[in-house]
Design a protein around this ligand. Sequence first.
Ligand code: AMP
Length: 574
Amino acid sequence: MSWAPIKKSSEPWCVQPHLLDYEKTCAGFTWDKIRHELDGLPGGLGINIAHEVVDRHTNGPRRDQPAIRWLGQDGTVLDLTYADLQEQTNRFANVLSKLGVHKGDRVFTLTGKIPELYIAAIGAWKQVAVFCPLFSAFGPEPIYQRLRKGNAKVLVTTKRLYRKKVADLRERLPQLTHVLLTDAEKDLNDGVWSLPQCMAQASGKFVIPPTDPEDMAILHFTSGTTGMPKGAVHVHNAVLTHYWTGKVVLDFHPEDVFWCTADPGWVTGTSYGIVAPLVHGIINVIAEADFDAQRWYRVLEKEKVTIWYTAPTAIRRMMRLGIEPRKQYDLRHLRVIHSVGEPLNPEAVVWGQQALGLPIHDNWWQTETGGIMIANFPAVDIRPGSMGLALPGVEAAIVGRMNPRTVEVIKAPDVKGNLALKPGWPSMFRKYLHDDQRYKNCFRGGWYITGDMARRDADGYFWFIGRADDIIKTSGHLVGPFEVESALMEHPAVAEAGVIGKPHPLIGEMVKAFVALKPGSTPDDKLRLELIGFARKKLGPAIAPKEIAFQDNLPKNKGSTSRGGGFEITPKRG
Ligand code: AMP
């Protein structure tokens, strides 16, 4: 069925969107102009994300306005003003300096959405160290892989997570010299410090050192089809993309209250859960608790959220509950809703209009692109089911045949091909850490090949078709089959494992494993449960398979232990 476009041209705006004329904005665009809308470090000493998101606001009227409104799981509400945030992040930068953390050193976090995470990120940028967030639902194995590959020097975490997931890994992580516990009153031992104590002893004054726009700022791990996760490197200049997309896609205005539901362990939670709202000096709502429809409606109502950035899995969960729960809440402050991370079905866009009084704006990007690349802009007509138009400043295309030097750019509309982007925007990843060849493999004939299949219609709207590879997208999170297969293979009963994404109406895809057993093992429910528990303990609930099927002779395909065609369920979309 085809869905009627949602017309925007005749809308009476309560707040006029920044981008009114898409063509005109594209025609006059340069990144240099965007650079001049930001501050830069005093004295022309470069560009540092921390200065743009916090320090520059403390010289003006936003100084005593809330920067972060933190809603704790236990009902605590904590407002940190821009001045508070400046002081706290200065202290954290001084803590790092005292621990001997230098430019380029890696500062990891493994926490839920607690204020210390945000302070650590910005404080690390102040010290020109590299912020690397880990998702707290990871199990010990994915944590180990990332800390090792990322050369973690410092880890900020909680007592519980440290004890449960990290303490046993320490011997295998000699380069991890400092652990800062956010909730320890006293130091545990040499190298495992109480963060509150360190903060109390540190000065609240700090001067950000000169920062080259190309200095490494963020390391985000993302999964590939083959091998262990890749560390995508982003630089301080990425803040230009965060600022620009905050302005023309999310449409931030000074009075906005913004809520991004993503966890900073994933790229959306950093680019749009930390940087973009703060660079615009608005109120950034952070809700610690996980999804619950009633709770989320309550946050939208109580905090008078004006701009909401969420994910299709959450929207589909709300849709499933019907309109009744929504009716109990007053959502009149909501002005724009955005969604990212997975295909947003047209029904969801239209449901937004009916249930929430606003359509949902889908947008597309990836860990590697660092920021939104394709979007449905607030003032531009929406085509339900489409990811939207390319961001002004970004050239996107559909490409067909390719070899390392050339690609066939498909000009004709509605032809399926690889979604490709012309490199040059500031938040483009600069490399995969220790993986030069994998990085090189992403480029063909001067284009970055995204790994997604899509089509472009005659008016320039992009439509997602599927991944070109076997990566799994579950609840908006990328999962690499290899990482899951490797964990299963460590169980003594497993001879071979193949992992796929099984289509699922709510979470997009569900991680499913096919397992061939060693002789002598019985393929029964007891072993199935044991394997699920084994994988969950190692990998954590975000990655572990939810279903296991026993099957002899798993078919092989390239780059996998045993994944690919031949299963009764076809894993690939598209
Ligand atoms: P990640 O790097 O974890 O953010 O995942 C990026 C991948 O998520 C993309 O390459 C797409 O496969 C998928 N994705 C992100 N946004 C969308 C969207 N709006 N529609 C369809 N797929 C999306």
